[in-house]
Design a protein. Structure first.
Length: 265
């Protein structure tokens, strides 16, 4: 149901790969709430995933960009700003990938080239998007930027491997850049720390099903779905959350506050 929460706003959504993606639902909900949306994903995702189908459904442009590449990000903002004709009210960073996790390399046995790639794709890409966007005047005064994290940034989930470090860095970048963009433009930056979710990135973690089932039992509200996450992201894009910034907000059915659930005893 639409509440016109984003009527008259425009924004850029990264990372919608297929119908399971959190960004897919966020783009769909932002559009439903009246926003003009621009989509982007890595060139390989445009070939192998289904972002074109979403772009057609929303009547949204879809621009390829590898978000580790400054030249790609510059071109992405140029194309986006040209299409929209004014600075952006919101941006969603919904990107993550670890070659170490993919190849089953345990945390004490990391491949360091892979490690750098994990940090670049999953965390530094947010800094690059913020730095290039700021330089290009891409963010509207009072805008909202959201990125996605997981509680392995704070607690130990061994199979999450070097993605834990990437998420800790991502959350730090959101905090520190949130200071600068808040002062300069009144732009807020927040992190949504989401429950395990059955997406391509999520199910790539070894033992995902067991982690999902455990978190579901541990959380009084059960695991938060991708659809519910999209609703929360839309709320953060809206003016209703205009004084919230630099926060890691747990969208996890209560998981992060639990010690033990009776079902697990
Ligand atoms: N699924 C979960 O359990 C879960 C839980 C908490 C947080 N998250 C986070 O949510 C975000 C979205 O992931 P998802 O679960 O929707 O999975 P997803 O696989 O649908 O999305 C990940 C996206 O990252 C994109 N991507 C990878 N490398 C890129 C690059 N170099 N340039 C541009 N895009 C690139 C992929 O193409 C894909 O669209 C990620 O940050 C992820 O870590 C996921």
């Amino acid at each position: 149901m639409s509440h016109n929460l984003l009527k008259g706003k425009c924004g850029l959504i990264t990372g919608a790969l297929d119908e399971k993606s959190i960004a897919w639902h966020a783009a769909r909900r932002a559009h439903e709430e009246g926003a003009q949306v621009v989509l982007t994903n890595a060139p390989v995702a445009l070939r192998l995933g289904q972002p074109k189908a979403l772009a057609e459904r929303l009547g949204a442009p879809l621009f390829p960009a590898d978000l580790t590449q400054i030249a790609d990000i510059e071109k992405l903002y140029d194309q986006t700003l040209q299409h929209i004709g004014r600075p952006l009210d919101f941006v969603l960073h919904s990107v993550g990938m670890s070659p170490n996790v993919r190849k089953g390399k345990a945390y004490p046995e990391l491949d360091y080239d892979f490690y750098m790639k994990t940090l670049d794709v999953s965390a530094i890409s947010l800094h690059k998007m913020l730095q290039v966007g700021r330089a290009k005047g891409a963010f509207a005064r009072g805008g909202s930027i959201v990125a996605l994290s997981y509680i392995a940034a704070q607690r130990v989930f061994p199979k999450y491997g070097d993605m834990s470090d990437a998420k800790a860095l991502l959350e730090s970048i959101a905090r520190l850049f949130g200071y600068y963009l808040g002062k300069e433009l009144g732009v807020r930056i927040n992190i949504v720390s989401q429950s395990p979710t059955a997406t391509t990135a999520g199910t790539g973690i070894a033992g995902f099903e067991q982690m999902y089932a455990y978190a579901d039992k541990m959380s009084p509200l059960g695991n938060a779905s991708a659809e519910a996450c999209a609703d929360f992201i839309v709320a953060l894009f809206s003016d209703l959350t205009r004084s919230v910034t630099m926060q890691t907000l747990y969208h996890d059915g209560g998981f992060s506050m639990m010690g033990i659930a009776e079902e697990l005893l």
